[in-house]
Design a protein around this ligand. Structure first.
Ligand SMILES: *Cc1c(COP(=O)(O)O)cnc(C)c1O
Length: 370
């Protein structure tokens, strides 16, 4: 699914030098590498403040803590996504309200969000799923109208761009009140362990988020709020700082592979290629087909027999997960998400795919589906 070894070989010198520097300086926590990476990521994303943290899930939790939400406050999130988004909402005693997604883009359905808003709704957490932005123009209008916060889950979409109807163009994670991303190794900008970051353009919020990530501490050993301990370590920052200058090239490589897949599968009666979100670029964290005229699980097995990995992101929507079963929801309530869970199949997608590999993958799929 990914090829991090080959990617490393291309940038080995820079990565090794960065790691070596951290070890020799013995500045493992909050060292100059972390500060440098934050500054470089601010320049890359256009976010006024980047606050690095331990992972993407922590980023989401700290974001919601920073907004001062209270138990019982409702947070709207898509039901077709990775668990982290709803998990942190539940952990904080907030109420996750899930909504269905769009069949083509697989992103949060704006009309469903509108219908889910109640007087207790405080925030919307759109997930920019698989690497393209949700419909931010409409979501931001809705949030403004109802005085709601927006926390973007940009864990899969770093570097994606969204263009608003007024011509303004912004990066994933920098449009809402807060944006969150993950540097999990297989993410588009991945480190060699765990890492994450929070983006905001609000000075006060940035100070609060920074303090929460550091035990609620502003002045050493004086704790103004309840916080957590979540930080990016310097070795991971060194890896990320070496990889950041390549991120645009990595995105282009993913887009090229996606274009190859798109072309091979265009107008196929049994599989649908990913639909594109209007006004957003797609950075293809995943290339996810919908298998509509063939047994998805059988196709996956047949590919596996031919040495081709394929993954199911995600097999069970949030409202059908054991830990999140809720009397408010029943099977059939979110038909698009439930249908997607039964038919999505993600193909190998990374920066090192060459034409030979792409040809092997696509020709085998076409042959199986003949
Ligand atoms: C990866 C991911 C997360 C969590 O990131 P971690 O760094 O693994 O904690 C959250 N949301 C989405 C959509 C993700 O893809």
């Amino acid at each position: 699914m990914v090829d991090l070894q080959t990617q490393y070989q291309h940038i080995k010198q820079d990565i090794d030098a960065g790691i070596q520097e951290v070890i020799e300086a013995a500045a493992f926590i909050k060292g100059p590498k972390v500060t440098a990476f934050q500054t470089h990521l601010e320049a890359y994303t256009g976010a006024k403040h980047v606050i690095t943290v331990g992972n993407g899930t922590d980023a989401l939790q700290i974001a919601l803590m920073g907004l001062g939400l209270k138990p019982g406050d409702e947070v709207i999130t898509p039901t077709f996504t990775f668990i982290a988004t709803a998990e942190v909402v539940a952990l904080l005693g907030l109420t996750p309200v899930v909504v269905d997604v769009d069949w083509d883009t697989m992103n949060m359905d704006v009309d469903a969000v509108r219908r889910a808003i109640t007087p207790r709704t405080k925030a919307i957490v759109p997930v920019h799923l698989f690497g393209q932005c949700a419909n931010m123009e409409e979501l931001m209008k809705l949030a403004k109208e109802h005085h709601l916060y927006i926390v973007e889950d940009a864990c899969q979409a770093i570097g994606a761009r969204y263009t608003f109807s007024n011509g303004e163009s912004k990066q994933a994670g920098t449009m809402g009140d807060i944006g969150c991303t993950s540097f999990f190794p297989s993410k588009n900008l991945g480190c060699y362990g765990d890492g994450g970051a929070i983006f905001t353009n609000d000075d006060e919020l940035a100070a609060r988020l920074r303090a929460i990530a550091n035990h609620g501490m502003v002045v050493r050993y004086h704790h103004d709020m309840i916080g957590v301990n979540s930080r990016l370590d310097s070795i991971q920052a060194a890896v990320l700082d070496a990889k950041l200058p390549h991120l645009d090239a990595y995105i282009t490589a993913r887009q090229k592979a996606a274009a190859y897949y798109d072309k091979a599968f265009a107008n196929h009666p049994k599989i649908l290629v990913p639909g594109h979100q209007k006004n957003s670029t797609h950075v293809f964290h995943q290339y996810t087909l919908r298998v509509v005229g063939y047994d998805r699980d059988r196709l996956r097995e047949q590919l596996s027999e031919r040495g081709i990995p394929a993954m199911i992101y995600y097999p069970v929507p949030l409202h059908q997960q054991k830990a999140y079963l809720d009397s408010r929801y029943k099977d059939g309530d979110f038909p698009v998400a439930e249908r997607l869970a039964g038919c999505v199949l993600s193909l190998p997608m990374h920066t090192e795919l060459d034409e030979e590999q792409l040809n092997y993958i696509t020709s085998n799929i076409l042959e199986i589906l003949k």
